[in-house]
Design a protein around this ligand. Structure first.
Ligand SMILES: [Zn+2]
Length: 304
């Protein structure tokens, strides 16, 4: 499967000018590193991502626009690869990763994780050169009305190599899976390490049920990363308090256009504006994370 995915990407880069230009620009992308409480975060200046960071995701705006993940509204050049019957893998034309894909449900159905978590594990298993990610409908998904995952080059996100240094508490253990919380404040992270998918699903369900459900929303707010290596899954769950930090809407010099989603929580902050890329400090990252991450104290009493 990994080789089919790579040949789709190469074919699309040859035939699709928008994708080719954006991948070409990514090769020269500027980055800076910041240490936040001893953990590495990388800042990426990526102007093409304004499509996502600047996206209006309120219900009225979403209802008005044609859905860009539906086959009937996609760019004519965009080709797909069928996966697990219900999904199609597409090249993401606005990349963050050297290889970046969107994996969309074939039907136009809302973004929900509960019925698809097992699919996410299966996709991570089949696409083992990549890290899968899920952005909840109020946590960075720019198409909250059309179910989708994304996949990016594995090993790109700092958390993949740093999480073991910050294992906090072992919160649950079964024959096929273990749940940890990480000591990585101001981020809040749960990790499921699993050799069996059904055990991982049961532990995920317990975490899901321990998270608060905001009024008027359909699922607890979260971002998720999942990857498969050495015969086991590593799954990172970031419970969220809110979508965008205060600085996103601040006026003038106080504005910092950061719209955090899975990739940012995994340690790569995407900044579509050059002035933000230049000025952002470790203190800013701390402030943003402390606003958008759900503190552990907000979990319901039946901790996972
Ligand atoms: Zn759609």
């Amino acid at each position: 499967m990994n080789s089919q995915v790579l040949s789709l990407l190469n074919g699309q880069l040859a035939a699709w000018e928008t994708a080719r230009n954006n991948y070409h620009a990514l090769a020269d992308v500027q980055t800076r590193e910041l240490s936040v409480n001893g953990l590495l975060y990388r800042m990426q200046y990526n102007p093409a991502r304004i499509v996502s960071s600047g996206a209006k995701v309120d219900r009225a705006s979403i209802a008005r626009r044609p859905c860009f993940l539906c086959a009937s509204h996609r760019p004519a050049e965009q080709m797909g690869l069928s996966l697990l019957e219900d999904y199609e893998l597409l090249v993401n034309p606005y990349p963050i990763f050297p290889q970046h894909f969107t994996i969309v449900e074939k039907e136009h159905v809302p973004q929900r994780i509960a019925p698809r978590f097992a699919d996410m594990l299966e996709l991570a298993h089949r696409l083992s050169d990549y890290t899968l990610f899920y952005n909840g409908p109020c946590c960075g998904a720019s198409a909250p009305d059309h179910a989708h995952f994304q996949a990016g080059t594995r090993g790109f996100l700092p958390i993949e190599s740093t999480w073991r240094q910050c294992i906090g508490k072992e919160m649950a253990r079964t024959a096929g899976a273990t749940l940890y919380s990480l000591n990585d404040a101001p981020r809040t992270t749960f990790v499921i390490e699993a050799t069996q998918a059904d055990s991982a699903c049961r532990i995920f369900r317990a975490v899901y049920e321990a998270l608060p459900l905001p009024v008027g929303e359909e699922e607890p707010r979260m971002n998720i990363l999942a990857l498969y290596k050495e015969s086991r899954w590593e799954i990172f769950i970031f419970p969220r308090a809110k979508h965008r930090p205060t600085c996103y809407d601040a006026k003038g010099a106080n504005c910092l256009l950061s719209s955090p989603a899975s990739v940012d929580l995994g340690g790569v902050f995407i900044l579509p504006r050059e002035e933000d890329f230049r000025k952002i400090s470790a203190n800013d990252v701390t402030q943003i994370l402390s606003e958008v991450c759900l503190p552990l104290t907000a979990l319901k009493q039946n901790n996972p």
